[in-house]
Design a protein around this ligand. Structure first.
Ligand code: GRF
Length: 207
């Protein structure tokens, strides 16, 4: 399967995919054909370039309207003919056109146990709420925010010291979540690619 991966930041989930594919080769069942970002100068793009992968950037500010950006992102992605699109820390909400083109083959990873703590601050919100466990969710993207059918989840214990660390601007909990998240994402993407899958309502079946 041809993968386009979308990033906005450090790209460690992207790196995990790059590394697994380098280890397993064709047996993994998927190859990254391009990496897209919503901004320039992020480590995720540098990781892609170091891996010799084509990259593209679609910045909201470069377009007159959000819809124009959504169309540009859809076209830039479509140029690589992906079978699956993976949002790995991509921090923009795509629009109707992107969902029309890639809905049902667009996977996102979120650092909380959806439906709890959706949105851009899932780790912070779980801590603030006093959750004792949190984790990560890999799901198909639908026309909502972090609301699509869940494929897999991983659980991470919240520790007392995470609260102090988080207030100090540290992100010990997010780093622990990301360790689980990277393995989950790589495993899920490989299984979807190798075995194919069915989505019926909120139920995902990997064949
Ligand atoms: C991941 O935890 C993702 O779930 C969240 O942002 C983080 C991105 O990390 N949206 P990276 O860019 O893959 O290192």
């Amino acid at each position: 399967a041809r993968l386009v991966v979308l990033v906005s930041g450090s790209g460690t989930n992207l790196q995990a995919l790059i590394d697994r594919i380098a280890e397993e080769g064709p047996a993994y069942g998927a190859e990254i054909v391009a990496v897209g970002a919503d901004r320039t100068g992020v480590e995720g793009l540098a990781r892609a370039e170091r891996a010799g992968l084509p990259t593209f950037v679609c910045r909201v500010g470069d377009h007159a309207t959000r819809e124009a950006w959504d169309r540009a992102l859809t076209e830039a992605t479509a140029a690589y003919r992906p079978d699956l699109v993976v949002s790995a820390g991509f921090m923009k909400i795509v629009g109707k056109e992107f969902i029309a083109a890639y809905g049902g083959r667009f996977v996102n990873t979120h650092p909380a146990l959806l439906p709890s703590f959706p949105g851009a601050h899932g780790v912070r919100d779980a801590l603030a709420y006093g959750a004792k466990v949190t984790g990560c969710t890999v799901h198909f993207v639908d026309d909502g925010v972090d609301t699509g059918p869940i494929i897999a989840q991983g659980v991470v214990e919240v520790r007392d010291e995470d609260h102090a660390d988080h207030e100090a601007g540290g992100n010990a909990l997010h780093e622990r979540i990301k360790e689980v998240e990277r393995r989950l994402l790589v495993d899920v993407v490989g299984r979807l690619a190798r075995h194919g899958y069915r989505i019926e309502g909120r139920k995902v079946t990997i064949k």
